[in-house]
Design a protein around this ligand. Structure first.
Ligand SMILES: [Zn+2]
Length: 316
């Protein structure tokens, strides 16, 4: 049943033995938020997801204003919301100020800002869709379901924009390879978006195929690396695609998803990590770290093109 939360301050009187042995009365003020939050046992079934998180749940609100209000007090989704909201807004800021913060080379042009912004915009989309989902998931089953779709769509957008942006620099002098691998990326991205959004594919039976599709999408990053190895050799590919950073990015994504999958650490201390430190929060932080690894690799790849490749192409 939706809880009706009113603006109110409740005073409870609690008896306590004073120092001189006489009983005294202290007043405990509980604020509005105490009436919104609830425990696992009080949750309706549709809100139950992780039994190792015992408290700090925002009750079903059925009200968008109350969901937005949840941004201003601490609950078990607060870290999930802000860990993606702050870097998401920062990524949008980068789109707006790219010309001032991205190192500029004499050959830097519109295309560079476009492809760097493609990644920044992908990061913004993924992270803000994720924080929107975590903010609205207490609304009602249909809104939570819709938010979950947005969350998946955001992941698809981030993977697609990450790949296309680095492909542009990795295959700067080979448009056929750039277009081929970008087309493969967009095809996988579209397929993953469809299985995330279409009701039919969101069923339990489709879950393993959906997961497999996402894994294949991630692994499709190996195709251009393989093609680069054949065409340019190991050293050149390592520098062009900044393989070190891309591998590091993959490790953080996979490690984050693994922790989330095994529900570490809350499984080993149920109720101890409700507000701070549970697996979904660690996963969120690792997603941001992975995106920052990609950004570092992308900027290094961009610098390599403008400081080594283009001058060499001009001389040749
Ligand atoms: Zn999340």
């Amino acid at each position: 049943m939706p809880s009706k939360v009113q603006k109110r301050n409740v005073s409870e009187t609690v008896g306590e033995q004073g120092r001189n042995g006489k009983s005294r009365t202290i007043k405990v003020h509980t604020t509005t938020k105490d009436h919104i939050l609830c425990t696992w046992n009080e949750l309706p079934d549709w809100q139950k997801d992780n039994e190792y998180i015992h408290g700090g749940y925002v009750r079903e609100t059925n009200n968008f204003t109350q969901c937005i209000n949840s941004l201003f007090y601490l609950h078990n989704e607060s870290v999930n919301i802000y860990s993606h909201l702050i870097p998401g807004i920062s990524a949008l800021f980068l789109v707006l100020v790219d010309k001032y913060v991205v190192p500029r080379f004499p050959t830097t042009n519109f295309n560079d800002y476009f492809f760097l912004d493609v990644f920044f915009f992908g990061m913004f989309t993924c992270l803000t869709m994720s924080s929107t989902f975590h903010c609205l998931k207490s609304h009602s089953p249909p809104v939570a379901k819709f938010g979950n779709k947005l969350d998946y769509l955001g992941i698809v957008v981030l993977i697609s924009t990450s790949m296309v942006s680095i492909l542009y620099y990795g295959f700067y002098d080979n448009s056929l390879m750039f277009y081929t691998f970008s087309a493969i990326t967009l095809a996988f991205g579209t397929a993953c978006a469809v299985v995330s959004l279409e009701e039919k594919f969101r069923s339990r039976e489709w879950r393993p195929y959906r997961a497999a599709m996402f894994v294949m999408f991630g692994l499709s990053a190996l195709l251009p690396i393989g093609a680069g190895l054949v065409r340019y050799g190991a050293h050149e590919t390592w520098t062009r695609i900044q393989v070190k950073w891309i591998v590091l990015e993959g490790v953080f994504y996979i490690f984050g998803a693994f922790l989330y999958g095994v529900r570490f650490p809350e499984k080993y201390g149920p109720g101890r990590y409700d507000i701070w430190g549970h697996s979904h929060q660690i996963f969120h932080v690792l997603v941001v770290v992975a995106a920052l690894c990609h950004m570092t690799g992308l900027l290094k790849s961009y610098a390599y093109v403008h400081t080594v490749m283009i001058p060499h192409m001009t001389v040749a």
